[in-house]
Design a protein around this ligand. Structure first.
Ligand code: WT7
Length: 658
């Protein structure tokens, strides 16, 4: 039974996948990690932090006296880049491969830890030569190439602060972020390869700087990648390769305080101006490396790890540029899109490098499902032994497909819940410990306190739903919103007293495992029942016809809001001629049967595409506009702005329902 302050509990999942005895025996994380963290949480985090190299040891683990502004390990000093590179080389790991780079056109490069360190030292000297001082901000606007990681590491090495802006953002978005952070230098490239073409980046930087819009910027450092033609201003533009060839090759990593800002990463708010999420050094690196090792079961000597995220997102920060390097991992990075030259590209790369750990997003998995498993089965993926998922709830159907088709029915899946704001993974199974359930992120990691609360801040307990909150500070937590402490307090710390409000709906199942239910703004209220979009979408995708689904609540005279679903059919189904009314009827009944009549969609629309942001999140706000028959709102953050035209066009001719 649920009360008025909760989100309904709709679906149940009975499938379980315990780790194999062999996996459990060899796993990095053992069950006692939970007890250790529980018995003394701060001592546990201090122990994790002490796995890093501290130039000056810390004496205080957490200072929470000025909450919600945390200081972790604050009297200690370290260098983030030293921890990611120098110490491994000093430990005789210089010859180990750090990066296997695969360019989209098929070019490759390999960097050992020794070579990566040499490049980062030179790049640090380049930045110093350009006048960058500790604490200065450097904007990075680059394709997914080794220089992107080198640039981030070099900025960190000299105690400066990077602000990576995803290469898919426009000149205006870039300008807005440069202005907010008052960046002194921009590191970019002539372009990068995407979808089989050279896609220019430098013109967007030129556009951002035009008309004196970004007066803080004194230099633009340009990596030559595509060799396409670029406009050049000698007073501001400099070539990366020319500078790298002339600077000193030695650079000593100086220590910085644990709370030295490391980076700002902008994330879109519900309205208006993007928020510059601020992360600092010691706590961030502690949790990024701890989670990377334990959640992915990283055996650094033998594993080949591949995270498909771009450095423009937090995942590309914590699980490409920092966590794996701090752990001396060997990793793959890939420049391009998964469909170039065809949908086999990722699996070709995974087979070529014998990837053992793969970390990607549900939106990608569903794209592959849509294409059919034959595309994947063409490749030998037997090296894969751990699979990760991040970015949105992974519906059980996609989870099971991921395990069967990519994981050869043996690789455990870790569904990792976290946010740009949390800096590192917070809720996830441990692959050698947890009895995995498809669709659930399951349990807070050892050292993390997260709970599901009702409207009034009360813990809801097993079988109930509400709002996800993090109830104790954690090392990689955001330290604020750049330049806006009030917005920081208001957005995250005002909903529940003294507790971090994540903005996500969540529920516990009867075992007490956590299921994420999507953003709270997306929760619907149908006849007084709060329903989560995620659960209805999962039910739809479990039907054999459906490849992808997005559900929104639309105003309804009788029920307050009504469920409206937008579905993409599987390729095999789409090829058959379908009567849309029959399909719609069948799917509506399917939902009613699976989760109950209350969740039965009022309307179902078959569409060819769904509106998504560049990081793959469905923009339900736009679908709500369509469902409520309004002109569609701002589409500028869509990956493909034409998608809404085709959906709106579809709506006007769609058959109406009872
Ligand atoms: C939001 C944060 C974390 C890196 C990528 C996204 C959703 C993220 C999961 C998951 C259900 C998830 C949440 C969260 N989310 N991971 N495993 N299960 N939902 O970072 O752009 O800051 O987005 O993504 O809604 O709040 P982000």
């Amino acid at each position: 039974m649920s009360n008025d302050h909760e989100i309904e509990n709709l679906s149940t999942e009975t499938r379980h996948f315990p780790p194999s005895a062999e996996f459990a025996a060899n796993a990095i994380a053992k069950p006692d990690l939970y007890e250790k963290a529980k018995s003394d949480r701060l001592a546990f985090w201090a122990e994790q932090a002490n796995k890093l190299h501290w130039h000056k040891p810390f004496t205080e683990t957490l200072d929470w006296s000025n909450a919600p502004f945390a200081r972790w390990f604050h009297d200690g000093e370290l260098n983030v880049s030293y921890n990611c590179l120098d110490r491994h080389v000093e430990n005789d790991l210089g010859k180990r491969v750090a990066l296997f780079f695969e360019g989209e056109p098929g070019d490759t490069a390999v960097y050992t830890y020794q070579q990566l360190l040499e490049e980062v030292k030179k790049a640090a000297n380049v930045l110093i030569k350009l006048g960058v001082k500790p604490g200065d901000r450097v904007a990075i606007y680059m394709p997914m190439i080794p220089e992107a990681v080198i640039a981030m590491q070099a900025v960190a090495r000299i105690g400066a602060v990077h602000s990576v802006v995803f290469g898919g953002f426009s000149a205006d978005s870039l300008a807005q972020r440069i202005q907010d952070a008052e960046a002194k230098v921009i590191i970019t490239a002539d372009g990068g390869y995407r979808k089989g073409r050279a896609s220019a980046l430098k013109p967007n930087v030129d556009g951002a700087l035009a008309d004196g819009k970004c007066p803080s910027v004194s230099k633009v450092l340009v990596v030559e990648r595509t060799k396409q033609e670029v406009a050049w201003d000698d007073s501001i533009d400099v070539w990366w390769h020319e500078m790298m060839a002339t600077v000193d090759t030695e650079h000593v990593a100086e220590p910085f305080p644990a709370e030295q800002p490391l980076f700002i990463l902008y994330t879109s708010g519900t309205t208006g101006k993007p928020k510059g999420i601020l992360h600092t050094s010691g706590g961030y690196l502690t949790q990024a490396s701890y989670t990377h090792k334990n959640v992915f079961d990283l055996h650094d000597k033998t594993d080949v790890y591949w995270c498909t995220a771009d450095i423009g997102w937090i995942t590309g920060h914590s699980y490409v540029a920092y966590g794996p390097l701090a752990n001396a991992a060997t990793q793959v990075i890939y420049e391009g899109t998964p469909d170039t030259p065809d949908w086999g590209r990722w699996w070709d790369i995974a087979a070529k490098y014998n990837v053992t750990i793969l970390y990607t997003a549900p939106t990608a998995i569903r794209s592959f499902m849509k294409m059919g498993r034959e595309v994947v089965q063409h490749y030998d993926l037997s090296s894969i032994r751990v699979l990760g998922s991040v970015g949105e709830p992974i519906n059980p159907e996609a989870w099971v497909w991921y395990r069967e088709v990519i994981g050869g029915n043996k690789a455990p899946i870790v569904d990792t819940w976290w946010q740009t704001e949390t800096g590192a993974i917070m809720i996830s199974p441990l692959p050698g410990v947890t009895d995995a359930k498809p669709g659930s992120a399951q349990v807070p990691l050892p050292g993390i306190d997260a709970k599901v609360l009702d409207d009034e801040g009360k813990h809801v307990g097993p079988g109930h739903g509400g709002y996800l909150a993090v109830t104790e500070p954690w090392p990689s937590m955001l330290r604020g919103i750049w330049g806006d402490p009030e917005r920081f307090k208001e957005t995250y710390w005002s909903r529940f007293e003294g507790t971090y409000f994540a903005g996500d709906g969540a529920k516990y199942d009867d075992d007490g495992d956590i299921w994420l239910l999507g953003r709270v703004d997306d929760v619907m209220n149908v006849s007084g029942h709060r329903l989560s979009t995620t659960e209805i979408e999962s039910a739809l995708v479990a039907h054999p016809y459906v490849a992808e689904a997005a559900v929104v609540g639309a105003k309804d005279e009788t029920t307050g809001q009504a469920v409206v679903a937008f579905c993409i059919m599987k390729r095999s189904q789409a090829e058959k001629t379908m009567n849309e009314l029959d399909v719609s009827k069948e799917l509506r009944e399917h939902v009613a049967k699976e989760i109950g009549p209350i969740a039965k969609p009022r309307q179902i629309f078959v569409v060819n595409e769904l509106p998504k942001t560049r990081s793959g999140k469905i923009m339900r706000r736009l679908l709500r506009d369509v469902a409520e028959d309004r002109p569609v709102g701002d589409v500028t953050t869509l990956a493909d702005t034409s998608v809404m035209d085709s959906i709106s066009g579809k709506m006007s001719t769609a058959p109406s329902e009872d």
